[in-house]
Design a protein around this ligand. Structure first.
Ligand SMILES: [Zn+2]
Length: 442
């Protein structure tokens, strides 16, 4: 399964139509969720069938069979809530997980406005492509044919479409079961993209790579077959992250102040705030994806067929929002990495990295104050210094059962807005004027 994101470009009339449909969809979700929440609070359980019947029929005139998709998503959300709650009560969730909460409402808490989302069943829409970068999205139940922009990378059977308004832009998310043929009852439910299967390349060797994911070094990589190591610096990402964090904080503060003083203009600052949140996500997404594409290609060129990555164990940093943001990004990065590596036929394994940053990869001891300033780890037995993140990567290798040579050659890279650039100067070049061949770094 892969999801393709397309930007929708509706006309004025289409836009108004989309808003109405999305509002009805959100009302259905919220009303159904409210009824279920009340049942849960009063009886500790919910009547899936009864509520499903009631609300499906209330909305099927407006939304057609697509109302059923909202009900299904709600069922899924409640099912997984009950499952998590069960694990929580049995004490089977990791300690740092707080008590699970029931599914929420599609609503902006401050404005009280509904979040605009439309769900369309897999056989109630199709894409009409004009060329590789644009075409039309046809919504059969509502007689809409909306222009879209965006490249469809994958071919395969289409799943439930999700249309969302994000920062005043409409996006269509099309899930594609790559390589699957359409069912006979719905021959148009097939999206033609560039690739028919996820795996495009074959591994060129059987070497292993071990990755530590961090904030200073986005990726620190060591290998079992080579004393070369790779560091992809996260400084750009970190700088942008903090810049947006400050923007978001400022708008939030002005908004709350205006709101407390009873000024209506707080709405405007809330809009600025939401825009900044959206921008931050889009920018970071761009950087991470650029870095991941580059890393996957480099690993493939080095003959890697299997990668071990440490899953960050961020215990002790549980300061609410920041912690959640980090966890959210780490899971996203690992998922993206796995998806891109799959295109090269490289397997990804996730290793619990708890303690790998404190342990010494040279003598296996846990040195107090081993991690010293500026990202250097010094072994207090041998006196040898090693980059702290590469030390963690070597420990990840040990945890996976591999011995890796001590890195002697470190290739440094930096993620920029237009690609990944090497920091390690080659002959005749300096870090100040990096000469790169753009095609080799894509
Ligand atoms: Zn040591």
């Amino acid at each position: 399964m892969r999801t393709v994101r397309l930007r929708l470009l509706p006309s004025g009339a289409q836009e108004r139509r989309l808003r109405k449909l999305a509002d009805a969809t959100a009302r259905l979700w919220n009303e159904l969720n409210y009824t279920r929440l009340m049942q849960f609070r009063m009886m500790g359980k919910i009547d899936f069938k009864g509520t499903e019947h009631e609300f499906y029929h209330k909305y099927k005139d407006k939304l057609g069979v697509n109302a059923g998709q909202v009900v299904r998503l709600s069922n899924w959300a409640w099912d997984s809530f009950f499952e998590t709650l069960r694990l929580y009560r049995q004490g089977k969730l990791p300690r740092f997980n707080s008590k699970p909460s029931p599914p929420g409402f599609w609503k902006d808490k401050l404005l009280g406005k509904r979040r605009l989302i439309i769900l369309v069943r897999n056989d109630r829409y199709y894409l009409e492509q004009v060329n590789g970068g644009e075409g039309y999205l046809v919504l059969k139940d509502w007689g809409l044919k909306i222009k879209y922009a965006g490249r469809v990378k994958w071919s395969g059977r289409q799943g439930m479409l999700m249309i969302k308004l994000e920062d005043n832009r409409w996006f269509a998310y099309v899930p594609i079961e790559v390589g699957s043929k359409p069912v006979r009852s719905n021959p148009r439910g097939y999206v033609m993209g560039v690739y028919e299967k996820v795996q495009i390349e074959k591994p060129r060797g059987s070497n292993k790579a071990f990755i530590d994911i961090g904030l200073n070094n986005l990726f620190a990589v060591v290998f079992n077959h080579s004393d070369t190591a790779i560091l992809i610096k996260g400084s750009t990402i970190k700088a942008e992250y903090y810049w947006w964090k400050r923007e978001i904080g400022t708008y939030q503060a002005i908004r709350d102040w205006l709101r407390n003083c009873g000024f209506k203009t707080w709405h405007k600052y809330h809009a600025f705030y939401l825009h900044a949140v959206f921008k931050r996500r889009e920018r970071l997404r761009h950087y991470y994806r650029t870095a991941i594409r580059f890393l996957a290609k480099t690993l493939w060129q080095m003959g890697i067929d299997e990668v071990f990555v440490g899953y960050p164990y961020l215990v002790g940093q549980d300061n609410g929002n920041e912690y959640n943001v980090n966890i959210w990004w780490f899971s996203k990065i690992i998922r993206w990495l796995g998806e891109v590596l799959q295109e090269y036929g490289i397997r990804l394994n996730v290793v619990n990295e708890y303690g790998t940053s404190r342990q010494c990869s040279i003598c296996d001891m846990k040195h107090e104050n081993g991690r010293v300033k500026r990202g250097l780890y010094i072994c207090q037995t041998t006196g040898i210094g090693i980059n702290a993140d590469l030390n963690a990567a070597r420990n990840i290798a040990k945890r996976a059962g591999y011995e890796v040579p001590m890195p002697t050659k470190i290739l440094g890279y930096m993620v920029t807005t237009n690609g990944v650039k090497p920091l390690t100067p080659k002959e005749g070049e300096t870090t100040k004027t990096p000469k790169i061949n753009p095609t080799s770094l894509r």
